[in-house]
Design a protein around this ligand. Structure first.
Ligand code: VG1
Ligand code: CO
Length: 544
């Protein structure tokens, strides 16, 4: 076997964002682009010979080619064992599960998550560490530094490996094992949830579900777990075949992009639970019949009820949410008497808290929830939680939410996204907001009086690392908040996200229309940021 030390020219734009390196497919197809990044990861790890790595992706366009390149580079660098998902597929949560189960040293997940796929769309690569979680900021910063100086990468001259047939083969120093993408993950789920109870409710028809896999990676997982294992009728999983372009849609489970599911959940005979997940299977959207559950509320309901389920009977040790996520989960933590933590956006910030057993559950407003069972957010896990809860409570999703609000109060919450703004204009909006921070405390806007305005900074309580500029927070006396931040996952221009929330204790006011209830705060957010004038957009492109 010939190993080539291939001379290369460094790229200057390989800084991973909120979750891995995401670029247009065309950029990834440039000679050396993927190779340089992978070599920079290997160089950051140090001596990779003898290590065990996991490899898989969400099946999007360029997944298979990228996989073959990484296999050749792993062989060239002396990786001892490479576990590859069959057909090149591994959902992000399944990759995390496999890394932990087989005590691998890390893994590559090929995905741009909820971004669209296809030759003109997006590709991405994430590296996870031995705990199964996304690489820390320290690690990704050093990958970026390496990538800027890289002069050569190592690659083996071998023909493509069959990644569709299970089994293992020896290639030079490396045992390449093609593993069942679903089995280990399904097995883990069966230990966390009451499969017997959920199964009998689904088989009898007492409980019904429609799961929209959005032609992304969760199709095979949902079919195997919900239909084959738990006995939901065939067809309960829709759009179940992973496609390279996700059927032309955005594999982003929200009210706009999961339109087919939303339509099904409006029908008079809608299933009890509607759910969808994203490109790489780590996000979830949950709906009841004609009832949308906000991710922040879903997280709070999970925290309040998780200890009813088999894998969590010993209770929760703490919870965490990303800063822009609503404070609903904090109220549950206070009631139960456990700690709640506030972290920057991105799952990598939960890893230390989970490893140190400070938290059991964590989540983000962006349709992400998970627990200490792995180190990634987990779409199907959240859906199984809801199925299990519905099987126990035997009530509609809407009743569960209303009861939750009457116990804890309701945190009205919305996110307004202004997508594809020119980067300079987006930076200008953020600079304009920053320039007001010093004067804001004490300022009054109608009934709202500002008590704190800052650019969120996080000090990790475990390793002491400090992460700055994680979003502008404007917090009011009554606990209402407005948060502004720029997305770190886009591949074109910039996206401004404005997060708005207000707490309502009175049960008589729990049935308001969110956009109406929050209209004062929305207007304050628009005037503080001058978003319309400065972006040239008359309104948000997506409202969640
Ligand atoms: C978005 C979400 C964030 C999430 C990230 C990765 O990041 O807001 O909460 O962790 O996507 O999710 P940003 O920087 O665009 O706001 V996924 O499912 O794309 O891996
Ligand atoms: Co994702």
């Amino acid at each position: 076997m010939k190993i080539d030390l291939h001379q290369t020219t460094a790229f200057t734009d390989q800084k991973p964002g909120t979750s891995g390196l995401r670029k247009k497919v065309r950029q990834f197809q440039q000679p050396g682009y993927l190779e340089n990044f992978v070599q920079s990861v290997f160089d950051t790890i140090g001596d990779v010979s003898g290590k065990v790595l996991v490899l898989g992706g969400d099946g999007r366009y360029f997944n298979r080619e990228a996989l073959q390149i990484i296999i050749r580079m792993a062989v060239a660098s002396g990786i001892a064992r490479l576990l590859v998902g069959q057909n090149g597929l591994l959902s992000t949560p399944a990759a995390s599960c496999v890394i932990r189960k087989y005590k691998a040293d890390g893994g590559f997940i090929l995905s741009a998550s909820h971004n669209p796929g296809g030759p003109e769309e997006d590709f991405g690569i994430k590296f996870n560490l031995a705990n199964g979680g996304p690489a820390t900021e320290t690690f990704t910063n050093s990958v970026f530094e390496c990538s800027k100086k890289l002069t050569a990468y190592r690659i083996a001259d071998i023909s493509p490996i069959d990644i569709d047939t299970l089994g293992s083969r020896q290639i030079g120093p490396t045992t390449v094992e093609i593993i069942d993408s679903v089995a280990d993950y399904a097995d883990l789920m069966s230990h966390l949830f009451d499969f017997k109870l959920i199964g009998s409710a689904l088989r009898s028809g007492a409980l019904t579900i429609c799961f929209d896999a959005m032609h992304a990676v969760t199709g095979p997982y949902a079919r195997r777990i919900l239909e084959d294992r738990l006995g939901a009728p065939h067809g309960s999983v829709i759009n179940a075949i992973p496609l390279e372009d996700f059927g032309g849609g955005h594999p982003d489970p929200n009210l706009i992009h999961a339109r087919q599911l939303v339509e099904i959940m409006q029908r008079p005979n809608a299933p009890a639970l509607g759910a969808a997940s994203d490109g790489d299977g780590d996000r979830n959207m949950v709906m009841g019949s004609r009832f949308f559950v906000t991710p922040s509320d879903s997280l709070a309901v999970i925290a309040a009820n998780l200890s009813l389920l088999p894998g969590y009977r010993s209770g929760l040790c703490g919870v965490a949410r990303s800063m822009p996520t609503s404070q609903a989960v904090d109220r549950v933590a206070r009631a139960v008497g456990i700690d709640s933590y506030e972290t920057p956006t991105g799952w990598k910030f939960f890893g230390n808290l989970l490893d140190a057993r400070k938290i059991t559950v964590c989540g983000e407003e962006s349709f992400g929830a998970g627990s200490d069972h792995i180190r990634e957010k987990d779409g199907l896990w959240a859906v199984l939680f809801w199925l299990n809860l519905l099987a126990i409570k035997k009530k509609p999703v809407s009743d569960i939410l209303r009861e939750h609000w009457s116990n804890f109060g309701r945190d009205y919450y919305t996110r307004h996204d202004y997508e594809s703004i020119e980067s300079a204009k987006a930076e200008d909006i953020m600079a304009h907001l920053r320039s007001q921070l010093a004067q804001l405390p004490g300022a009054e806007f109608g009934i709202y009086r500002v008590v704190l305005a800052d650019d969120f900074e996080y000090k990790d309580p475990i390793d002491g690392s400090v992460t700055e500029h994680q979003g502008i927070r404007v917090i009011f006396e009554n606990g209402s908040r407005i948060v502004f931040r720029l997305s770190g996952t886009g591949t074109e221009g910039a996206t401004l996200r404005i997060y708005i929330e207000r707490y309502e204790r009175r049960a008589s006011l729990h049935d308001q229309e969110t956009q109406v209830y929050l209209s004062d705060l929305i207007a304050i957010a628009e005037s503080l940021s001058q978003v319309h004038q400065r972006s040239g957009m008359s309104g948000p492109s997506v409202i969640t």
